[in-house]
Structures are given as C-alpha cells and as structure tokens.
Design a protein around this ligand. Structure first.
Ligand SMILES: C[S@@+](CC[C@H](N)C(=O)[O-])C[C@H]1O[C@@H](n2cnc3c(N)ncnc32)[C@H](O)[C@@H]1O
Length: 219
C-alpha cells in the first residue's frame, strides 16, 4: 500500500457516506436463498458479519429472525442505527462496529446461525478467513449453520486489475476482492460439514458478479 492510499475501512466508510443504499434497497440473492435454509434449520438468533448498510439485516429481521449485525464501517453502522429506530426494529436488530479480524465479542454458543454476503471475499488472507471461520464456529450452537457467499474464479473481475496477494485483485473502484475456488472453500471448512457449495449470480449494481453460496454446519 502506498503512503497516500486509503485503507479498505476508510474506503467503505466514504462509500457509505456518499451513497445511501450503495447495493440497492432490495435484499441480496443470498438472503432470499438463505431464508428457507435458516427456517428448516430452526434458527432464531442470527449473527451477520459485514452487514454494510443493512439490506439483508432488514430482510431477515422482517422475516422473524433476531439479528446481531457487525461491520467495521462506522458510517454504515450509524446509518443502520437510525434506520432501525425509524423502522421500529430496535428490539430485534442489534448493530455493532467491530473489526471481524479480532475475536467476536460474544460467548461460545450464542447463535443458531452466522450469515454473511460478500464479506469473506474482502481483503483477507486465507489464514485470516480460517481464523474467522473458527470464531464463527465457536459462537455457533451445536448444529448451527454458517451461510456465506464469496466471489469466485468465474467472476468477470477474476485475475483482472492490480494484484494484491494470492487470488486478490484491487478493482478500479478501489476495493480489494479475494476470489475463491470451490477447492479453497472446502479446504477452509475445518470443523464444519459442508452442506452446499453452489454458484449464483448477483446482479446488484454496478455489475453482475459470480459467487458461491456456501452452507456449513458445525460438526
Ligand atoms: C461487499 S460489502 C457487503 C455488504 C453487505 N453484506 C451487503 O451485501 O449489502 C463488504 C462489507 O464488509 C465490511 N468489512 C470488510 N472488512 C471488514 C472487517 N475486517 N470487519 C468487519 N467488517 C468488514 C465492509 O465494511 C462492507 O460493509
């Protein structure tokens, strides 16, 4: 990183300050697909990582889940607190500023499910992803599920622009993205049963991305 370059955290903060619903108001494809899976699993309390401006948090809360949502962007979290107040969702949505590379601020076995859309696909090394997946497993109750999405090696931005590490490239918007193969996902799933790795497309602005939807169960 050059001296003038801003951090990814600053990049997200500025992005959310400048665009009210950067990814649109509608829930993501992952959230819509996760809803029946969460219900079948009997989940009630869900931890969301990298919640951004909350499009999936609101959708899952409206559908009956008690949400705890984290992001390291203060602007995203502040906007979400305002919206939660306006929507009258303060009782079912708790939002916190937290850098998920640090231990999660919850006791063991606190949640039925962990959910994240396009979070593990940020500027994290494989070692950091493995550590965060371990932390997710710690806070899951026995039989709990971890549903996440990552951009994959069929995505139009895979291998393009400025390389920033193994399988990571920085796009012209200034975001560093880590792309995953199915093999990498399976290798990083220690301590979980892999229930599903399925490709899907996310057409949210500004271009269609290719991702894997991953469903893991705490072994
Ligand atoms: C691609 S965005 C997805 C946002 C949201 N899940 C959605 O789909 O609307 C990734 C999010 O992860 C957050 N993030 C990146 N690194 C993080 C970290 N170390 N700890 C917590 N949040 C982080 C960013 O601030 C951003 O909101």
């Amino acid at each position: 990183m050059s001296d003038q370059e801003i951090t990814q955290q600053q990049q997200w903060d500025r992005t959310y300050q400048n665009a009210k619903d950067f990814f649109g108001e509608r829930p993501s494809e992952l959230a819509v697909s996760a809803l029946p899976t969460l219900r079948e699993n009997g989940s009630r309390e869900v931890l969301e990582l990298g919640c951004g401006q909350g499009r999936d948090t609101w959708y899952l809360a409206r559908n009956g889940f008690k949400m705890t949502s984290l992001d390291y962007s203060e602007s995203g979290v502040c906007q979400m607190r305002d919206v939660a107040r306006k929507k009258g969702l303060e009782g079912v949505v708790a939002v916190q500023v937290h850098d998920a590379r640090n231990p999660l601020p919850f006791p063991d076995a606190s949640f039925d499910a962990v959910y994240s859309h396009m979070f593990f696909t940020m500027e994290f090394s494989e070692e950091e992803v493995a550590k965060m997946l371990d932390e997710c497993r710690r806070v899951l109750r026995p039989g709990g599920i971890n549903i996440y999405s990552v951009r994959n090696d069929h995505d139009p931005h895979y291998g393009k622009f400025e390389q920033r590490g193994k399988d990571m490239w920085k796009n012209p918007m200034g975001f560093v993205v880590h792309f995953f193969t199915e093999g990498t996902i399976r290798r990083l799933s220690n301590g979980y049963d892999v229930l599903q790795v399925k490709e899907f497309e996310d057409p949210s602005p500004p271009f269609t991305k290719k991702l894997y939807e991953v469903v893991l169960r705490k072994s």
